[in-house]
Write a protein that binds this ligand. Structure first.
Ligand code: KG4
Ligand code: ZN
Length: 335
């Protein structure tokens, strides 16, 4: 049996997990820094890095204890860490720790791309996934539509040309005076609002597979300036409706065009209730399989990094110990 200790510190979650073959999670610990950053309305990179330094060792210790392995001599076969994309100072903490442990234990170090981790998340809960699949990867920093042709093999279909979907949720929420992070706040408030109250634009809806959310955000701001008395819940629901409409319409079209067996959601925004519901509706209507990870598997965690580490070890072998963290590391797509 192979066991991988995986570490995730790319943004504001400090996480460690032990993952065994067949994506079996022996433990998964996530310590969120959300309260630390909430009063600033966004992640403060310097604070995130410092908090990772404080939190990572106890989080790893907890993950080792929970895994049932002996923490003083854990039988770990490789140590993986997110090496990008993400905040430079935050990534360095996880990468350095993983390298040091790999060196001390005499086992391979594996650098994992954070986005590949999100893509691997669905496999943890549905190990029998059969590609080709169309994946909607929507997080705070990225929005892309990809076809997954096998574990660790993706073709890029389209991506955002400006804001990421999560970024749009966070910015609109801030403008509406809601808390941070904005996605879950809008999700909650939208349940009390009328999604048909305001007809917001659906940018690039019928054009290819790229996305654009910056204009939609501006449309919300312009509307609120002109109609300050509109209930915020109606605006939140109408905005969410527009984002989900664009995402699901394109995902459906892509799935039919590439002959995918199913649709798969990944990334923090995949925790959104309406996106989950609409994806399921489309899959039922089109006879596609729906792979919708649990909410805790959608947001940042280390179990998904461990799952992706298995793909990387199999395809590329261990990473060199002098590998640097890369804040702008792009997913290697096949062409
Ligand atoms: O994947 P993630 O945890 O971190 C990144 O890699 O970016 O994604 C965080 C993003 C944030 O923008 C947050 O507002 C959004 O995911 N998010 C949601 C929901 N839960 C988290 N957006 C919409 N609805 C949600 N329920
Ligand atoms: Zn993420």
């Amino acid at each position: 049996m192979t066991r991988i200790l995986a570490i995730e510190t790319s943004c504001d979650e400090t996480a460690a997990a032990v993952v065994a073959d067949d994506y079996r999670i022996l433990s998964s610990v996530v310590s969120s820094q959300v309260d630390l950053h909430a009063r600033f309305g966004g992640v403060v990179p310097e604070l995130a890095g410092r908090a990772h330094v404080e939190l990572l060792t106890p989080v790893i210790a907890e993950a080792l204890v929970e895994s049932g392995l002996d923490p003083s001599r854990p039988e770990i076969d490789a140590v993986a860490a997110t090496a990008g994309p993400g905040l430079a100072g935050a990534l360095l903490v996880g990468v350095s720790t993983a390298k040091a442990l790999a060196l001390a234990w005499g086992v391979p170090f594996v650098a994992v791309n954070h986005l590949e981790g999100h893509l691997a998340a669905a496999f943890i809960e549905e190990p029998g996934l059969s590609p080709p699949l169309v994946v909607v990867l929507v997080s705070g920093g990225h929005t892309m539509l990809a076809s997954m042709e096998g574990p660790g093999r993706y073709r890029l279909l389209g991506q955002t040309i400006d804001d990421a979907a999560g970024e749009a949720f966070d910015k609109v929420a801030r403008y509406l005076g809601l808390g941070y992070p904005g996605g879950p706040e809008i999700d909650r408030l939208a349940m009390e609002g009328d999604p048909k109250a305001v007809e917001f634009p659906r940018p690039l809806m019928d054009a290819g597979y790229d996305f654009s959310f910056s204009g939609l955000k501006t449309a919300v701001i312009t509307f609120m300036r002109k109609n300050p008395n509109t209930p915020v819940a109606d605006v939140a629901a109408s905005f969410q409706e527009a984002v989900v409409d664009v995402l699901v319409t394109k995902a459906r079209r892509a799935a039919l065009e590439v002959g995918a067996t199913g649709l798969c959601l990944a990334g923090g925004v995949a925790a959104n209730s309406l996106l989950r519901e609409r994806t399921l509706d489309v899959c039922i209507a089109e006879g596609l399989q729906a792979f919708i990870p649990s909410r805790s598997m959608c947001t940042d965690n280390a179990a998904m990094i461990g799952a992706a580490a298995f793909w990387r070890l199999e395809q590329d072998g261990p990473s060199p110990l002098d590998l640097a963290a890369n804040p702008n590391w792009a997913l290697p797509f096949i062409t």
